[in-house]
Design a protein around this ligand. Structure first.
Ligand code: CS2
Ligand code: MN
Length: 358
């Protein structure tokens, strides 16, 4: 696939090098971000330029950013949000100046994705991340502590220590934010930024809530196709788009992922795809992340790639979380080997589907 990417955490924080990424066959894009700019602040041009140069010097491209995170004041709807929205617009302009085409973001209150195991043991000796509802304690602090203890010292996206230190305060601040209010705040944000995206040619790609269900009483607004139609209607524009994360959406067994792809790629609302598989452990919808192959999980990756092919998808795609295999250690979900295998598999499916249609 022409825009196959690999998520990278930067030379300071990622044990994986750009040279290694360059050697994964069929990989042309790095999906990157600045990790040392506080949420809500403007991303400085010099830092974007430096990242871009680093990636290009390694023979790769940087056209997708994951993520430019949204300040909680915007999600809560505080009066201070206007300044953060202005900053976000400046960041969009600065990114556009360096050829960024897509910004992935999410609108999840407090937590980004959530798992109850970061090292779930698989029978073949590898491990990956899992979510088991029964293991979720009532007190969010327990899950924060367990993630912190289990992440091998890596800062996981959305779990930055400075945010988590203020968790109690954050929960209080979100007390009045229900699903309706969160949607209202999202529309306010989109109405403000999408005109800037249109003028500067940067497409927003919202990531689904992961797992796609309310947790600790916090509202969730992107769980399924119905939610997507609501978000789409908040601000009609191809620049108001989605990241279709097959794993996140697939974690709800009632979501038909290929159908979601068909609907939203056809409507030109899906500039970015995260392709990964998950495997349900029981009928309650507990799951672990699996290798990318259809045979290893509960999602049919062939049908997913075929839906992309049939709808003429020509956007950006990356494998998502992988297992830890061959003794590799590092940031859970973001090792080199299994994601590289994922790319090879996805590219193989794509070649087969493409040639079959010639
Ligand atoms: C997740 C998220 O899809 C993923 O890799 O780890 O952290 C995702 O990057 C964010 O929700 C996007 O904003
Ligand atoms: Mn994802």
């Amino acid at each position: 696939m022409k825009n196959m990417g690999f998520r990278w955490y930067g030379s300071k924080d990622d044990p994986i090098t750009l040279q290694q990424i360059r050697q994964i066959p069929g990989t042309t894009q790095v999906v990157g971000a600045l990790f040392d700019v506080p949420v809500g602040a403007i991303w400085p041009k010099e830092k974007i330029a430096a990242l871009k140069k680093q990636v290009e010097d390694a023979g790769l491209k940087l056209e997708v950013i994951e993520s430019v995170n949204i300040h909680d004041d915007i999600k809560i709807g505080l009066p201070t949000r206007d300044q953060y929205i202005e900053n976000y617009k400046e960041t969009i302009k600065n990114l556009a100046a360096y050829g960024i085409k897509v910004i992935c973001y999410n609108f999840m209150p407090i937590f980004d994705w959530l798992r109850t195991d970061l090292h779930y043991q698989l029978p073949d000796g590898s491990n990956d991340m899992a979510f088991q509802q029964g293991k979720l304690k009532d007190n969010p602090q327990d899950i924060i502590d367990s993630v912190r203890n289990d992440s091998e010292g890596y800062v996981l996206p959305g779990w930055e220590p400075e945010r988590l230190a203020t968790i109690e305060k954050l929960f209080k601040a979100y007390a009045d934010v229900d699903e309706r209010k969160l949607r209202e705040n999202m529309k306010y944000f989109l109405d403000a930024i999408i005109p800037t995206c249109e003028s500067y040619g940067v497409r927003m790609a919202m990531h689904p809530d992961d797992p796609p269900r309310p947790l600790f009483g916090l509202p969730r607004v992107y769980k399924n196709a119905t939610d997507m139609r609501i978000i789409e209607g908040m601000h009609e524009s191809p620049y108001n788009g989605f990241t279709i994360c097959t794993g996140s959406l697939g974690e709800n067994p009632t979501n038909n992922v290929p159908e979601i792809i068909r609907e939203f790629v056809k409507k030109d609302r899906a500039p970015f795809i995260h392709a990964r598989n998950i495997k349900f452990i029981n009928a309650q919808g507990d799951f672990h992340e699996s290798a990318h192959l259809s045979s290893e999980g509960s999602l049919d990756m062939f049908e997913i790639m075929k839906a992309l092919y049939d709808t003429g998808f020509d956007g950006y795609i990356r494998p998502d979380h992988g297992r830890m295999i061959w003794g590799e250690q590092g940031r859970p979900g973001y090792g080199l080997y299994d994601r590289a295998l994922g790319i090879t598999y996805l590219n193989g499916l794509w070649e087969a589907i493409t040639k079959d249609h010639q």
